[in-house]
Design a protein around this ligand. Structure first.
Ligand code: GLV
Length: 320
């Protein structure tokens, strides 16, 4: 019997897959454990099921040395886990790929539409009693149908966004670190940026993509462009983005992720034509349950002597 820490209460009924194992977790169901608590628990459990808000760094993993065997992140991204340290210590890391692609692509498309059509500020005008009735040249946005969509990263979620874009008659290009050999591939990100109307980010977090979209790259986008980020906050330099929006150098932005969650850069909160969601990319009942079940099943498989299919490859430092 293994002892498994659940850092938070999970949706769904997947706990049954851990029948026979001892489960431990915070007494207050939805309280985040502090770093100190994570370290204290790590030494006393064989497995951890965690969320992307739990920083499983080298210190936590070291604290589990000798006992901790597996960490299953209930997220596809795992930039919250020091995978190199886990590999060094022989601790297996799992994530939840595949089950959230369509839901997250829905969110990306929701942001594309909402940002291009200025949904948040139009609704705020109505709710705040400022609406003066239909006006022919008021709250004008940009068309999404027929627009040129650039995807940065071309993993499963980006491809799901591309499928939706087909229905909107969009021209889709994609940039990725590796040549995909597929139609629409652009090797040079800088060359792609001036040629898109909408840019949607789908790269993993981590050092390699930190501020991939910085002030210089933002300046390569057309002034009428819309930027959408459902990937990881640090991929975009938030201060530079807010500055570009305030100065009218970029038409609009739709964001679901932030550099220092749950803090949002104050200049983004006041930026015009900006739609801000609180990291709800995969937040549907069925998808969150599927993610929880996948993580729990990985733990069960591991302690059953099997290799879960969703083990993060040892060479990865991030996820796509
Ligand atoms: C959510 O952001 C995830 O990585 O699953």
């Amino acid at each position: 019997m293994a002892r498994v820490l659940l850092t938070r209460k999970l949706p769904g009924d997947g706990l049954g897959s851990l029948a026979g194992h001892e489960l431990v977790g915070p007494e207050d169901d939805d309280r985040a454990l502090s770093h100190e608590e994570l370290c204290a628990h790590a030494g006393q459990v064989d497995g951890i099921v965690c969320l992307l808000t739990d920083r499983i760094d080298a210190e936590v993993l070291e604290a589990g040395k000798g006992r901790l065997q597996i960490v299953a992140n209930v997220a596809v991204g795992y930039d919250n886990i020091d995978v190199a340290a886990a590999n060094r210590l022989g601790i297996r890391v799992c994530n939840t790929p595949g089950v959230l692609d369509e839901t997250t692509a829905d969110t990306a498309f929701m942001l594309i539409l909402a940002a291009a059509r200025r949904a948040s500020e139009a609704e705020a005008e109505l709710r705040e009693g400022r609406w003066q009735g239909f006006r022919i040249a008021h709250q004008l946005g940009r068309d999404v149908h027929g627009a040129r969509l650039g995807l940065v990263g071309y993993g499963r979620i980006a491809r799901a966004v591309a499928r939706r874009a087909e229905g909107f008659s969009m021209t889709v290009t994609h940039h990725s670190r590796r040549d995909t050999g597929e139609a629409g591939f652009v090797a040079d990100l800088d060359a792609m940026l001036p040629e898109v109307d909408i840019l949607s980010l789908h790269v993993p977090g981590g050092d390699e993509t930190h501020h991939l979209i910085d002030a210089r790259r933002l300046s390569l986008l057309p002034r009428h462009a819309v930027l959408v980020n459902t990937a990881r906050g640090p991929v975009v330099d938030e201060a530079a983005l807010a500055g570009a929006l305030h100065r009218g150098e970029l038409f609009a932005a739709g964001l679901d992720v932030y550099e220092r969650e749950p803090t949002v850069h104050p200049d983004l909160l006041t930026a015009p034509r900006t739609v801000l969601l609180p990291h709800i990319g995969s937040a549907t009942w069925s998808t969150r349950e599927a993610m929880a079940n996948l993580a729990l099943t990985a733990i069960a498989q591991h302690f059953d002597g099997q290799t879960p299919p969703n083990v993060v490859p040892p060479s990865s430092s991030t996820a796509e």
